[in-house]
Design a binder for this molecule. Structure first.
Ligand code: HEM
Length: 422
């Protein structure tokens, strides 16, 4: 009986709205510790962004090439189509996984041809297996030299790098299959595609080369690709199962607390003594000057919402081509990368615009009077909205490129652009 009382007492303590800070602080600390740990490890355990050379010390490409390739990736909003390290829209391929597969296939091809040249015959089944095993082993060896900042590649890997470049030139420039729903000539110059391919090549190396002192890669053998020797290790399987069980357990705990609300006496939730907003109060409500000043914010938000939802409808077109039913072909002039970027960015824009305008709107209601000096500040904020949005979206978000002779503005989903919004 005592135990039951103690239990319900501690439950009452958590459920009492006066003690809101307790669970909140607990969740805040756990979350901050988690985010802090992830942030710390991201920097400490980051793979090197190295240059690559062949065995004779000739540079294949340097670190700057990888950075330029990354820029190309952002410039053409490829994360709104495929993904890199598994992060992106996942409408197209994961470019790291694709490049890794192309590399292992290319290396096998290299050794296959070498075998034929030396022996004068094709390798038999057993010898093909040997070649495939050799490729896996070679891919796993990490030949990064910290003092030179270079990764040394075998001749087969150098060949595979060229092959990966050609693979992406074929896709993005020569329109030879694989570009999915992206328009033809999506990327303008072969140089850009070559930089992009080196960026993908580096990503693939990170996914397969063993982390120093470990028996798995920098990405813990992600992605799964048996031809490259990437398969999950026992800890990956163990932690995946434990993670899933922990998730189910946490859901149970949350549902338990929600269930407790129904069991509790209603002592913590006192019903309101008067209506917050009755029909009469709404009818007789006349907005103050500062409240009226927020109308233009809402007007902008409505416009942004309209464009955002339209972008969503165009994004759907990439999946089911519903506009094609009406004979409208839009994908070439409005690729999914653009519509999807707008769909995401504009939602953040109209939501923050509404959020700020609503805060201004309820201020006189909370203060029960019009606070002096606010009106010019609100109008200044509105002007700033235009200046800042224009400047920041130009600086961080927009890239202009020609696709099929038309000017298309590519919007990059950039956290910085959005943070700087207000
Ligand atoms: C008629 C209205 C809408 C349509 C037709 C629409 C359509 C779409 C489509 C096609 C996608 C891509 C789904 C995928 O790739 O798996 C998407 C994703 C998304 N939409 Fe909408 N949407 C609409 C309204 C909204 C609204 C009002 C918001 C936000 C306030 C919103 C936020 C999002 C977000 C956050 C994503 C995820 C994007 C991503 O994963 O990259 N959508 N929407």
């Amino acid at each position: 009986m005592d135990n039951q009382n103690n239990g319900s007492k501690s439950m009452s303590y958590i459920m009492n709205t006066k003690n809101w800070w307790g669970p909140l602080t607990f969740i805040l600390i756990i979350s901050l510790l988690g985010v802090g740990m992830i942030g710390y490890q991201t920097y400490i355990d980051a793979p090197p962004m190295a240059g690559f050379s062949d065995e004779k010390n000739n540079q294949i490409f340097d670190q700057k090439t990888i950075e330029r390739g990354q820029e190309v990736f952002h410039k053409y909003a490829l994360m709104e189509y495929g993904s890199f390290f598994g992060d992106g829209a996942q409408r197209g391929p994961d470019f790291t996984a694709e490049a890794l597969h192309q590399i292992s296939v290319g290396m096998s091809e290299y050794y296959f041809d070498e075998f034929k040249t030396i022996k004068g015959t094709k390798p038999d089944k057993f010898e093909i297996k040997q070649i495939n095993e050799k490729v896996k082993q070679e891919l796993k060896i990490n030949r990064y030299n910290e003092s030179t900042g270079l990764v040394v590649l075998s001749s087969a890997q150098v060949y595979a790098h060229q092959r990966v470049q050609q693979y992406y030139v074929d896709i993005f420039i020569n329109n030879k299959g694989g570009a999915g729903s992206l328009p033809s000539n999506y990327i303008k110059t072969p140089e850009e595609v070559k930089d992009l391919s080196s960026f993908f090549f580096w990503g693939a190396w990170v996914c397969v080369a063993q982390r120093p002192g470990e028996i798995y890669s920098y990405t813990h053998n992600w992605p799964f690709d048996p031809t490259a020797g990437n398969s999950p290790t026992s800890p990956v399987i163990l932690w995946s199962v434990l993670g899933l069980l922990a998730f189910v357990l946490m859901c149970g705990i949350v549902l338990y607390f929600i269930g407790q609300y129904n069991q509790l006496p209603n002592k913590f939730f006192k019903p309101a003594t008067k209506d917050l907003f009755s029909a009469d109060r709404v009818k007789n409500f006349s907005p103050t000057p500062t409240q009226k000043a927020t109308f233009k914010f809402f007007f902008v938000a409505i416009l942004l919402f309209f464009i955002q939802v339209s972008s969503g409808l165009i994004t759907i077109n990439d999946f089911v081509n519903w506009l094609g039913f009406f004979g409208i072909e839009i994908n070439d002039s409005f690729p999914v990368t653009i519509s999807r970027s707008w769909h995401l960015m504009l939602s953040l824009y109209w939501i923050s615009t509404c959020w700020i305008a609503s805060s201004i709107f309820i201020l006189p209601i909370l203060a029960k009077r019009e606070i002096p000096g606010q009106l010019p500040l609100i109008n200044t904020l509105f002007v700033l909205l235009f200046i800042l949005v224009g400047r920041l979206t130009y600086r961080y978000g927009f890239r202009t490129t020609w696709i099929n002779g038309r000017v298309v503005v590519l919007v990059r989903s950039s956290g910085m652009g959005i943070c700087g919004f207000w």
